[in-house]
Design a protein around this ligand. Sequence first.
Ligand code: FAD
Length: 432
Amino acid sequence: MDQGLTLPGAVAVIGGGWAGIACAVELANAGHPVTLFEAAKQLGGRARGVDWNGIRIDNGQHLMLGAYGATLALLRRLGTAHRLERRRLDFRLPGFRLALPYLPAPLHLASGLLLAQGLTLVEKWAAARFMQTLKTWRFRLPEDLPAAALLRQQRQPATLISRLWAPICIAALNTPLETASAQVFCNVLRDSLAGRRADSDLLLNRCDLSTLVAEAAIKRLGIDFRLGEKIGGIEPGQNGFRLAGPQVEAEQVVLAVHPARLPALLAELPEMAAIADAVAAFTWQPILTLWLHFATPVDFPFPMLGLDEGLAPWAFERNDLAPGLVAIVMSAEGPHLRLPATQWRDATLSLLARSLGPLPALLDWKTITEKRATWACTPKLLRPGNATPMPGLYLAGDYTVDCDITNGYPATLEAAVRSGVKCANLILSSKG
Ligand SMILES: Cc1cc2nc3c(=O)[nH]c(=O)nc-3n(C[C@H](O)[C@H](O)[C@H](O)COP(=O)(O)OP(=O)(O)OC[C@H]3O[C@@H](n4cnc5c(N)ncnc54)[C@H](O)[C@@H]3O)c2cc1C
């Protein structure tokens, strides 16, 4: 029988999304040997570059925030942090604008709200009162509930919800307000609007996502990247774990796969049944990105524009990828997914023209639908931590959370990177 490969002392990371990459980079940085197995031919997972007629676009437009401390640290380590454009928060929808000025917190939020366009004084006061109430509660709810229920409980006016709270919730949690976790929504508000001024800044990648992370990571020494190597399952081995597929034995394993793939990988490990069952109960939310290639650059007053209120698309100027490129993002489930792509494209072009005026000629377009873009961030979701009941086996990914849900982020790049780094630190501290 083929004995396969043994990785004495090395950590096997399974999955090369941003969580797996962050874990591997952190381990390699501490001089720890690490082998990363990625099923696809490229790294990046749900945040990667995609070739389209000779242009490298992103599989989906991503937005980062100044509060993404772990992501910024990773990019600094990879030497690509300068590829992010930092803009102070400027939330623009038709008939509404919230721009946060360069003032220290909390003055930036107070004056931003006071000067916001498209809200009455009563609505501005309601927004300030809501943030103050959350602050008094230290952003910890007595019990998790749907975000819409919390906003009703806090008597937030309908216009304020559809212009401010719903767009933030859908953009951050990728889950409609009616089913989104109010506690995780509060966590996001705490770390962005109620954080330091710079935490609310918008960070826009000005190169494709593969250039930003995957390709920079692959150039790093000390990580053995195995692309196109899918792990079929995990069993206990003589000195740790045996991985099916490439037939590898490793003492320590970090599972950094999409949570939808986790239960199947854990099927042979009865100790992991409770975690596998919890993750098998997750449900998923899609994200649709429409890429538009115009003959000439489109004149955006700000690189990111909301095209309407509530559950509406956001447009991003992406001239960095090719002159005239625009990405339109539609988060979460909704009736748009049932429309023929051409009909949705035309409806979106009308919204874009309403905001920006006549558009240049459209040369080409493409939609990318990620059906399982994120796990649905619903109230009281049972999410596992990084450590597991099996010593030497760890979980990394945007879905993990430590025991306190007030630290829990929604499915985001920051959640993935934090989780990967935390796994690496657990492994390093276990080695003493
Ligand atoms: C369209 C879209 C838009 C988004 N927008 C934003 C945004 O604006 N801001 C934000 O912060 N976040 C956004 N996100 C979420 C963000 O991309 C994810 O939270 C993050 O990329 C998850 O990273 P991960 O490493 O946890 O998982 P993944 O990226 O899913 O990585 C898992 C990896 O494991 C590999 N794998 C799976 N099974 C195996 C196996 N058996 N063997 C080996 N490898 C395996 C997969 O191929 C994959 O590469 C968006 C996501 C999508 C899809």
